[in-house]
Design a protein around this ligand. Sequence first.
Ligand code: GRF
Length: 201
Amino acid sequence: KNIVILISGRGSNMEALVRAARAEQWPARIAAVISNRADAKGLDFAAANGIATAVVANKDYASRAEFDAALQGVIDGYAPDLVVLAGFMRILTAPFVAHYAGRMLNIHPSLLPHFPGLATHEQALASGMAEHGATVHFVTAELDHGPVVAQARVPIFPGDTAETLAARVLVEEHTLYPRAIRLFIDGKLLIEQGDVRVDTQ
Ligand code: GRF
């Protein structure tokens, strides 16, 4: 199976996926890492690990529709079975999302349905909740609302800042996302009536 990973920056989740795929010898190939920013740090790691990289810069396009169409063209050049959003900081248009229905995953740094959107760690702290975490979900047209595949939880401690909390969540993301993607590759994620069922056979 072919996997295409989209990033916008640091790319630590992408790096965790590349390492897991190699260590566990996934029956899948990370065919390309694509960024909407030429300066995304993660591109260096991907290139250094022999993975094809591409940049489709959103600033070169007049509209979201044109950007998404160009991005889709580049992605589809790698014939992906799965598209993985890993810190990809663009809102996607409905036609783009529909094109990858059931084969595009995202990781979001909160326990969805809590705190969709940005500044999740700040929101979690402000909420007074005792727990926070990360969620892997299928991407649907409504931002951060698709069927949930898996979650990881962390405690919130007194004295936490957005930075300490983000770091605690990120450690969990780096095992959660590879685990969830492995389930997809192994054909164990079934979407039934809008919910994900994990086939435990
Ligand atoms: C992660 O916290 C991810 O959940 C969020 O953006 C961050 C990306 O980090 N969507 P990285 O680029 O994978 O290091």
